[in-house]
Design a protein around this ligand. Sequence first.
Ligand code: PA5
Length: 475
Amino acid sequence: MNLTDELKKTLRIRVDYTNMTDKYLGDKGYSAKQLDALQPTAQKAYSYVADNRGKDELFMGWTELPYNQDEIVKDILATAKSVREKFDTFVVLGIGGSALGPTMAFNALCHLHYNDLPKEKRKGPRFFVEDNVDPVRMKDLLDVIDVRTTCFNVISKSGATSETMTQYLIISDLLKKAGANLKDHLIFTTDAARGNLVKISNELGGVKSYILPDGVGGRFSQLCPVGLLPAAVLGLDIEALLAGAAYMDGLCKTGDFRKNPALLAATLQFAAMKDGKNIGVMMPYSDNLRYVSDWYAQLWAESLGKNVTLSGKACNAGQTPVKALGVTDQHSQVQLYTEGPFDKVVTFLSVDQYKTPFPIPKGCENIPDVGFLGGHTMEELIQAENKATAFALTKAGRLNYTISLPEVNEFTLGQLLYFFELQTAYTGAMLDVDTYNQPGVEAGKKATFALLGKNGYADQKKELDGAASDPKYVV
Ligand code: PA5
């Protein structure tokens, strides 16, 4: 993209929080005075994030990713070109932070039926992200790909994640059986020095590898090779993605939350959480953006869901992210949002200009319920429904705000990702939790090791066996 300053301004995403205020929500919304009272908290969170930018030891290396990857980007672009030339399929093996970003960018920026398009209409190979260990899914994937013409990007910081490494074992076995040279079909994205993929790479004679930087945790890794390589293979403009992130960073350089979009969203969410709004609904009115909700759900849940504060006090912090899709969920969950418990904040993701407006042909003029639609466009309809749902929620006294993207492209997606990362970092600081650890996830990983008999987990295995389900409670 030729990103002139003018174009960047035109493509700036905006946050409209009118429907969080008492102006339209009455006593269910926040008054200017209540918001003013939050400014010191917002300023403190802003300063914490600003002061610790880029610190690997605090896992804040993600803040610098838009600025420190020139060489890596060049290398990724060269690798992506060669992948496109040599392979007809590209498969990401990874889970959690190693999979949600690539899925999101793929869905947001590529054709919604990309893999079904003929080769000449795609900018890259067919693309799959395998982020589960459901045996049916693995078998079904193998039914539609040929390992001999597939490149596998194994993404795992630790190289010890059971799901990813199970997939690796299956794929490497198949590659060997197919007589392929493993090294030619694999790309690793992993820790610089530690981690099992480094050992495996050495054993295989040096697999092409990218570094998941030390100070970047899985859920903050979309803007490093974890997300950049798959995006580049798809022919997406990764430089514009990073430029979007840098642009958003530039918009968030003040501790005045009314002038810093990510700090504004963090402050509103923090206020809502304090008022018992324990559910955060993310509702994009765009099929392209539907997996932003999945990516965001991990970022928000894993970062904020903590049982101890940084100062060591017990807490049960966090807000449950709920995924919804406009307009689909208007016919499913919106009834609850409008009339159910006052325990939610709804974030709408709106798009000003869709990739294609689609005209609705005139017809059925003698049936008023249908005839009025003809002559409009689908873009007008989806936008009207977005506005109407926000209006209905507001009328019902429900907190909601809207993030608008002028259009969905690499630059705006980069802005949106960095916006949510900053919002999460600020909110974590306000809640005084460790935004970057995930002891709850580690506990589950260890229990799986024990159940499958990994050395060193015998005691936990005994405990798990003792916790077996009691037939008395099974109906
Ligand atoms: O955000 C996180 O840290 C996790 O979701 C990890 O990304 C996930 O558990 C995968 O870990 P790894 O990259 O070590 O395979």
